[in-house]
Design a protein around this ligand. Structure first.
Ligand code: PRX
Length: 635
């Protein structure tokens, strides 16, 4: 099995060199040896970043679910594919074998077909972390329907925007969800969203919380009775390499969310190959990624990457704090987890609780620890290393994005020496570049700049659903012939990368990517608000929290600011979701603007961070006096 388990740094460099000197030969070998194809490709790669257009394995035919399920049936049919760990620790975990997964995916796929879903149709999935979520994702892929999973913490309005954008024909949801001690009325949220969406013909509803919900006649169906009578055989739809597999929405710095489109063959090859190498997954290992399948991490590293490798992957329905902060460690001990992949925000929240919870559990099964979603600070890195990994489990700090589909810059466990806060080296086949503000590449080490990628990789998103121009403008316009990530990074003396954070108006809160525009739109809907601007400021646990500057309309009336703050956060919860609530709201007489009317967020960001010693040049502002007023109020 060539290059499939990289074991030491020298081997990494060797394979890396091979992968960039001759990418086509390299990826062809990987694709040929490790996957099941109905027809091989005619051409490994064609690309043009000016259009932009990228095609991998053109001419090939396959179905990703045959790779994730069917091909394991002979050798691993009775192996556990998915362990479902429910929210309530008193409820038993469910072990789903590859054979059972096959039958459940086929049944689900047959239900979709019976309800008229065909290849190319978009299906929105709005489910909690229960087995039906992974199964419905795979069922869509089985029949060539394009899944669009929306994180079940988004509001009705955010859900509606996503359903409308990709004109989904169906929504799959549940009656409700359990989250810690709360239950959430998911079906109610779907009903509200569907008031605005006329493309949805059917809603399939899984029963999770046994609640009495309203079912709309002719539109809504309980899933279980349909699954019960469906056949466990479903021939996979034969897909072309570049047929879309899924759409996943991510926030942009402006405008509505972007529906990133991922296609079939390249995504499969890259997520499977990265999974096996980065985490050094071995046949009997139990792997756990704590993300939600509503995010890209869950798509690539709970579902597709692990299952393609015949792995055992855990799905956890709950939260780290329920019933107490020992829950993660209890699960690690219970299922003897070998690879554990989580986010810095969870690590910080757990670290705050001390080590008592950890000490109650046997964590000796852990071999590899992972982190993703935002920069990890030094303190959290050491806490993770010392207390969870006991200095024996390497930490893979994996940098990547919804748009990249798979892990891009990362240590390879046991092969790459780790360094706190550094994502370290580009993964095999990835060619990063740091650019200066004039569009020139900064060569050499001990430098920093804007992070770009110079050469295509198999799992990159191919377009934004319905808006190829926006795809081009967002990712390929800033630097000629390069994919621009939106992140800043530095490269140290040995060539290790450290991601320093976003250089645009996207703010990462608790690992969730939030664009400023939809939040500001929500605030501005308040009748008393004239305009608003939000920025991020450092927060001990969330990494960043949101700071809103709000200017009120001049009506002459006096307003209760505390009530207004509550109303504004309520609007944000309704329109975007509770994750986007503001931690601080400052009412200001105006917002600093350039002469062309653009809000100077750079200044607002500095004030929010109480870093006012060097505000930079404010003389070009239309209204420099505003800055002083805002500062006086804060300091
Ligand atoms: O800023 C980077 C940050 O998260 C952004 C991508 O967010 P999203 O598309 O939601 O995907 C998150 C999961 C892959 C990036 O542009 N980010 C992600 N991983 C890291 C990170 N920042 C620093 N270190 C990381 N390991």
């Amino acid at each position: 099995m060539s290059n499939y388990h990289i074991k030491h740094l020298e081997e990494y460099y060797q394979v890396y060199r091979k992968s960039v000197r001759n990418p086509e030969v390299f990826w062809e070998e990987i694709a040929e040896e490790h996957f099941m194809w109905r027809k091989k490709w005619d051409n490994v790669l064609s690309w043009d970043f000016t259009k932009p257009e990228v095609k991998w394995f053109e001419g090939a035919q396959l179905n990703i679910t045959e790779n994730c399920i069917d091909r394991h049936l002979y050798t691993r049919g009775d192996k556990t594919a998915i362990i479902f760990e429910p929210n309530d620790p008193k409820e038993s975990a469910e072990h789903i074998t590859y054979k059972q997964l096959h039958d459940r995916v086929c049944r689900f796929a047959n239900v979709l077909k019976e309800k008229g879903i065909k290849k190319g149709d978009r299906v929105c999935i709005y489910l909690p972390m229960i087995p039906e979520l992974a199964i419905s994702v795979l069922a869509c892929a089985r029949i060539g329907a394009i899944h669009s999973v929306v994180f079940a913490g988004f509001s009705a309005s955010a859900l509606a925007t996503r359903i409308k954008d990709s004109e989904c024909k169906m929504v799959i949801t549940s009656d409700g969800s359990f989250r810690g001690s709360k239950t959430i009325d998911l079906k109610g949220i779907v009903d509200e969203a569907l008031d605005e969406c006329d493309t949805v013909q059917n809603v399939l509803v899984a029963n999770r919380i046994d609640s009495k919900i309203k079912m709309k006649e002719g539109r809504d169906y309980w899933l279980e009775p349909l699954l019960d009578v469906a056949s466990t055989d479903c021939e996979p739809e034969i897909m072309n390499a570049e047929d879309p597999l899924f759409i996943l929405y991510t926030s942009g710095s402006t405008g509505k969310p972007k529906g990133m489109v991922h296609t079939t063959a390249g995504y499969m090859v890259y997520t499977a190959y990265t999974f096996k190498n980065v985490f050094q997954y071995r046949e009997k290992d139990v792997y756990w990624c704590t993300a939600d399948i509503g995010w890209i991490t869950g798509h690539s590293y709970i579902v597709y990457g692990p299952l393609c490798n015949g792995a055992t992957t855990i799905m956890f329905e709950g939260v780290p704090s329920y019933p107490d902060f020992g829950r993660f460690w209890e699960i690690v001990e219970k299922h003897k987890v070998n690879q554990f992949y989580t986010a810095p925000t969870a690590i910080r929240a757990l670290a705050k609780e001390g080590v008592d919870h950890l000490e109650k559990h046997d964590l000796s099964s852990l071999k590899v620890l992972g982190t993703v979603g935002e920069p990890i600070n030094e303190e959290a890195w050491h806490w993770y290393d010392d207390n969870v990994g006991k200095k024996k489990a390497p930490i893979v700090d994996t940098w990547w994005q919804t748009e990249t589909g798979g892990i891009m810059i990362t240590p390879i466990a046991f092969a790459t020496p780790t360094k706190p806060t550094y994502a370290t080296l580009p993964f095999i086949g990835i060619q990063p570049a740091l650019m200066d503000e004039n569009g020139k590449e900064i060569k050499g080490n001990q430098v920093d700049g804007r992070l770009c990628i110079k050469f295509p990789w198999p799992s990159m998103a191919r377009t934004i659903w319905g808006n190829h121009q926006r795809y081009k403008d967002t990712y390929f316009a800033a630097f000629e012939n390069k994919y621009f990530t939106g992140d800043g990074a530095l490269r140290d003396e040995v060539g290790y990368y450290r991601i320093t954070g976003r250089v645009d108006d996207v703010i990462i809160v608790s690992g969730h990517n939030l664009g400023t525009a939809p939040i500001e739109d929500a605030i501005n809907e308040h009748p008393a608000v004239a305009e608003s601007a939000i920025v991020g400021f450092p927060h001990d646990i969330k990494g960043n929290a949101l700071y809103g500057y709000v200017t009120l309309k001049e009506t002459g009336e006096s307003r209760n600011h505390d009530n207004l703050r509550k109303e504004i956060n309520q609007l944000i919860t309704e329109q975007v979701g509770p994750i986007a609530k503001l931690d601080k709201i400052q009412f200001t007489a105006g917002l600093p603007k350039t002469r062309s009317g653009k809000i100077m967020r750079r200044i607002l960001r500095k004030i929010a961070c109480k870093d006012t010693s060097n505000l930079g040049d404010t003389s070009t502002l239309l209204n420099p006096e505003i800055v002083k007023g805002i500062m006086d109020e804060v300091l």
